[in-house]
Design a protein around this ligand. Structure first.
Ligand code: GAP
Length: 495
């Protein structure tokens, strides 16, 4: 059954996955909290991301850094000057209408406005005769609003700093020290999973547009003279990618092209290799339905200010259509060059093998964790009218709990004792829980809604035959499994 974003939001709050922050004080726009189920799910997503992306190369490592950075970091990166969104306000004194101007124009006209300047948007507002939706007055000219949160640090607030708007800059300012410590080997990868902060003009819960959110980003530093080769490219040359190229935009339809075909069209091998690895992450690890995933190429007007090549990673959602959940960004030497200029610290490296001196280029694999988690919840949510409850189809690797252990009855000590020992026996498989409250049917429904892939029921027969019933969440098929083999049974299902 088709669901709305509201159905999902109500469900996520009711079950304690995700809900507005500080609700007892009326909430704060753009801030959301994860309850225990949401936290388990999000951590699982982060763990599979970490394992997969750090596994791409022996020289990729994770770091953890401060969330606050010196103003000069953002002077060097260009965020002080360029990191803004267009805002439109009502011209009438007393009317407090304001909205992100590109979204406002898209909503009113259906035009795709990503990357439009305030001037472009003013022209569209004029041409389409758009007025204030609240009081019908004339709109004030659109302006650019910087989205960073400034902080005045220290006594007297004299030190100008910002909450970071992307995790990326932290690995860049760590580049020199890490390059030295990691024995100057290239390519070098620094991954960071952490919080980012943006003063979004129109925050919303679905798909997440938060003011504080989590990013998982891998920064790959490499020799720019090697961008047209990747040592493992032959392994992916025939791999088929779901792409919507700039040239194919008119149809808005995904065209499946091989990695080799994209290189023939002029994209560097190093870049295309990582496009393949990203799609494989979505298909093979997260098991996203392939028809709901595409790599969307941004044109010059849409690309982020620091990118030479830029594809968004998009997932098609139930009500929202295609939603950006990440991106592959070829940032060239934009960032390290900027840090060299502002800090006066050389970012050059010397390659002993090729005897070349260069400022490394950066390829960034960037993911919004909250958007990705939301996408999994959106695609997994099924309101099953036959069962009379929601079934959350999360794969075992990601689900908050791998299984629930249920004693058939709670007032028979032999059964509850055996059930508790079964719980102990399966703990090594992953997160598991014990539930003896309510009828078995109610407990199955509760587990379905938490996305628990397997329910293990200990019944009277278990006392005799040493077996338990394992119910599959998606099919409701029940297997009888020996307790001694339960761990390996669940482990085999998990991956
Ligand atoms: N370091 C590159 C960078 O930050 P971005 O496209 O601005 O690129 C990367 O952000 C990802 O972060 C996006 O694809 C999206 O998934 C997520 N993201 C960006 N803004 C967000 C917001 N306000 N709320 C939730 N997620 C956001």
């Amino acid at each position: 059954m088709v669901h709305t974003a509201k159905d999902l939001a109500v469900f996520l709050k009711k079950k304690g996955f995700i809900y507005p922050s500080c609700e007892i004080y009326g909430g704060v726009a753009g801030l959301y909290d994860y309850g225990h189920l949401g936290t388990l799910l999000k951590k699982n997503w982060e763990n599979v991301w970490r394992e997969y992306f750090l596994g791409l190369n022996d020289n990729f490592f994770e770091i953890e850094t401060a969330n606050i950075a010196h103003e000069n970091v953002f002077r060097a990166s260009g965020h002080l000057e360029n990191f803004s969104d267009p805002i439109v306000k009502c011209s009438k004194v007393g009317c407090d209408f304001s909205e992100r101007a590109d979204h406002f124009v898209t909503k009113a006209t259906g035009k795709r406005t990503e990357g439009w300047s305030p001037e472009d948007l003013n022209l569209a507002i004029k041409a389409d005769g758009l007025i204030c939706p609240t009081c019908k007055s004339v709109l004030a000219p659109c302006e650019a609003m910087n989205m960073m949160f400034p902080l005045n640090m220290g006594v007297g607030g004299r030190n100008r700093a910002y909450l970071r708007p992307e995790t990326a800059q932290s690995p860049y300012v760590n580049f020199k020290i890490q390059h030295e410590i990691l024995r100057k080997k290239m390519p070098m990868g620094l991954a960071l999973i952490g919080r980012a902060y943006r003063n979004e003009i129109s925050p919303k819960s679905s798909p997440p547009r938060y003011r504080e959110f989590t990013q998982a980003e891998l920064q790959i530093f490499f020799n720019p003279s090697t961008v047209n080769v990747h040592p493992d490219f032959a392994l992916v040359a025939d791999y088929q990618l779901n792409v919507l190229l700039e040239a194919d935009r008119a149809g808005e339809t995904v065209v499946v092209r091989t990695a080799a075909a994209l290189v023939a069209l002029g994209l560097p091998q190093f870049y295309v290799y990582h496009l393949c690895k990203i799609q494989q992450f979505y298909f093979d690890v997260l098991r996203i339905n392939p028809i709901k995933f595409r790599l969307y190429q941004l044109d010059d007007s849409e690309k982020a200010f620091y990118n030479k090549y830029h594809f968004d990673l998009e997932i098609e959602m139930e009500e929202h259509g295609w939603v950006e959940v990440g991106g592959l960004h070829y940032r060239t030497d934009h960032d390290l060059g900027g840090h060299e200029r502002v800090s006066k610290v050389s970012m050059d490296v010397f390659d002993e093998v090729s005897q070349e001196k260069y400022i490394p280029h950066i390829l960034e694999c960037s993911f919004g964790v909250d958007r990705n988690v939301y996408a999994l919840l959106d695609s997994g949510y099924v309101d099953d009218t036959t069962r009379g409850n929601v079934v959350l189809g999360l794969r075992p690797l990601i689900a908050p709990f791998v299984c629930a252990v249920l004693p058939l009855v709670k007032n028979k000590e032999e059964i509850t004792t055996l059930a508790r020992s079964v719980l102990g026996a399966v703990k090594s498989v992953g997160k598991v829980y014990y539930d003896e409250t309510g009828t078995v049917g109610k407990r199955y429904a509760r587990a379905d809604e938490q996305g628990v892939p397997y329910c293990v029921t200990v019944d009277f027969e278990s006392l005799v035959d040493g077996c338990v019933t394992v119910r599959n969440r998606d099919t409701t098929v029940q297997d009888r499994v020996k307790i001694a083999e339960l761990g390996s049974y669940l482990n085999a299902k998990k991956n």
